[in-house]
Design a protein around this ligand. Structure first.
Ligand code: ADP
Ligand code: MG
Ligand code: ZN
Length: 579
């Protein structure tokens, strides 16, 4: 409840603050417009930029949540430029810092960076500037690792503060503070020092992905309970979201990718995300065989190679990068026309973040998630705590939901306010050619699947998806095939979909298991009971051979009866009655 309460509070606060900080005229109002036009060459502020700038210049702490490309950098660059003293920017990636330094240099704002790679002389120069009242240096970028590691740096920062020269502290990618986030970094813990150490110095936290849970966590950790929270809408109207079924054969997947890359995306730039290093190399090699200019990218490559690959993609020498999530933070290519998730992402946050690298220029772009239940089970089996489990569950919902707008599902997750019209037919469920959805009664197959699971369990065998599917379709290992189950009236792919849906609705659960080489997800019964009076309705766009339910408004009906009835298998007649 605590969380619920906080969440409401935050929501109220962030709504109110947005407007309050935009409409008023401040003593610096003329100045900031002058700098915006003269120095940064932009015509106008975006609303949330203005709100953030006005609140930080009023010496408030600020948490600014804005989607990628929203324009977060301007907020602290401009305020740093017009403030007396030095602004410290904590930023997690050196490549990202270098991009910023380059951009600032172009417009003539003095900035530097200090981190593990900085030479001794350079460091000395910077330390000097930190305590020099006449310094021209406006921004100093540091990595969180450096804050955590370098006592010397912290000493100078203290001196800078003591001399009244510390203007502001900026923490980029501030969600890395929170273990709820998809990018948790222990070094961010050290940043909790700032609030007490540098009393009165305003802090700005910036992020593109934070749910309310994460936000509350950040506030607690950094001591930012009184921060002004400014959230920009998360909707990216030019991105088309869709989920496609991933073929079970690798060769079929390659074919599909090749088809996309050489037709719809011919001559267009994009990213394919997958989960393992080996897969990035394999897929890329296959695509190259098919004449696609593709290259892989992952964290095991050395820094120079990574840089080259990134640059050659930036200048369109490569059409597509097949990458692990190591490829991402700080990539600022405007004309990315597609981001394909070849594997199930770990969370909706990471999906939103990764797919959000598409269409930064505002032109239409596609975010495609290739879904297979096997991938999901793998992702799910690799989770190591409740938070991660919950995160994968959200992805399953995103993939299997057949009626709700994909955007609405994302917005729900980020607690964003939402109107149905916001999608403007820019997702596979809302689009023009979307097929109608029917509710199928899948109680009968659900009961058969349970029979298989329990039959196998009685022989001390746990079932993987493949085993379960095979037994259900009456092939494979005879040992786990119970007598008298009905052969499914659908394709294997639809069978998988049904099992996925039963996991999503918690009739089944994924149980983690370990083999010598890998983790596996076994399918087990969940807490939700199924009995002969349960009616499980599954919405689907594909036509399946199970009875269609005519009750349209209810998707799922569970009728609770006396316990004695519940475990009897249904009779043939009852099964037919279900429709
Ligand atoms: P973020 O850090 O939020 O991902 P950036 O700060 O990198 O986004 O900005 C994204 C893009 O938006 C940049 O190309 C920047 O030049 C542009 N931009 C920022 N503010 C404005 C503005 N007020 N008007 C027009 N373009 C802007
Ligand atoms: Mg940024
Ligand atoms: Zn939609």
């Amino acid at each position: 409840e605590d969380l619920q309460y906080n969440y409401k509070l935050l929501k109220i606060r962030s709504n109110k603050n947005g407007k309050e900080w935009v409409n008023k005229k401040f003593e610096w109002s003329d100045k900031i417009y002058e700098v915006l036009k003269g120095k940064f060459k932009f015509d106008d502020f975006r609303q949330k930029q203005l709100a953030a700038i006005n609140s930080t210049l009023s010496n408030k702490d600020v948490l600014l949540l804005m989607p990628t490309s929203g324009g977060k950098s301007l907020v602290y660059q401009l305020t740093a430029y017009i403030s007396k003293g030095l602004t410290i920017v904590v930023s997690p990636l050196i490549s990202l810092i270098e991009d910023q330094l380059r951009a600032l240099k172009k417009i003539g704002i003095d900035a530097a960076s200090v981190n593990a790679n900085t030479s001794k002389e350079e460091r000395k120069y910077i330390h000097n500037e930190m305590t020099n009242p006449n310094s021209k240096l406006k921004l100093l970028y540091v990595t969180p690792e450096w804050v955590a590691k370098s006592k010397q740096f912290m000493t100078y920062l203290q001196k800078c503060f003591d001399k009244n020269l510390l203007a502001r502290i900026v923490i980029d990618e501030v969600h890395c503070c929170s273990t709820w986030g998809h990018d948790f970094r222990p070094d961010y813990n050290h940043l909790s020092l700032f609030k007490n150490m540098f009393a009165g110095v305003p802090i700005i936290g910036l992020t593109a992905t934070a749910t309310m849970n994460i936000l509350i966590d950040i506030q607690k950790m950094l001591g930012l309970e009184d921060a002004v929270i400014i959230t920009a809408p998360f909707n990216r109207p030019n991105l088309f979201y869709k989920v496609v079924n991933k073929p079970s054969e690798k060769s079929e997947c390659t074919k599909l990718l090749t088809k996309w890359l050489s037709n719809k995306y011919k001559g267009k730039s994009g990213i394919i995300y997958t989960s393992t290093v080996k897969e990035t190399e394999d897929i890329s090699a296959e695509l190259r065989k098919n004449g696609i200019k593709s290259k892989f990218y992952h964290a095991q490559m050395d820094a120079n190679d990574r840089k080259t690959v990134q640059e050659r993609w930036m200048d369109n020498h490569y059409q597509v990068i097949v990458a692990t999530i190591a490829f991402g933070m700080g990539i600022d290519k405007p004309d990315v026309r597609f981001v394909i998730h070849y594997c199930t992402p770990k969370s909706l946050e990471s999906f939103y973040q990764e797919s959000g690298r598409a269409g930064r220029d505002g032109q239409p772009a596609d975010c495609i998630l290739m879904f297979s239940l096997n991938d999901y089970l793998r992702t799910s089996s690799m989770t190591s705590n409740k938070i991660e489990e919950a995160n994968t569950k959200h992805i399953l919902q995103y993939c299997l939901e057949q009626t709700k707008c994909r955007r609405a599902l994302i917005a729900d997750h980020f607690e964003d306010t939402w109107r149905q019209t916001d999608c403007a037919k820019m997702c596979d469920h809302c689009s023009q050619d979307s097929k109608p959805v029917s509710n199928y009664n899948i109680t009968e197959p659900a009961l058969d699947l349970i029979k298989i699971i329990e039959f196998a369990n009685s022989k001390e065998i746990k079932v993987t998806l493949n085993k379960l599917i095979n037994a259900w379709f009456q092939s494979g290992n005879k040992e786990i095939r119970p007598p008298n189950i009905t052969k499914p009236k659908c394709t294997k792919q639809m069978g998988e979909y049904i099992i996925g849906y039963l996991i999503y609705k918690e009739y089944f659960v994924v149980e983690k298991g370990f083999t010598l080489y890998t983790t596996v997800g076994y399918i087990q019964r969940g807490n939700k009971k199924i009995n002969n009076t349960t009616k499980i309705l599954m919405p689907s766009k594909e036509i399946i051979n199970y009875p269609i339910s005519t009750t349209t408004e209810i998707q799922e009906v569970i009728i609770i009866t006396e316990e004695t009835e519940s475990d009897k298998p249904p009779t043939k007649k009852q099964k037919l009655d279900c429709s």
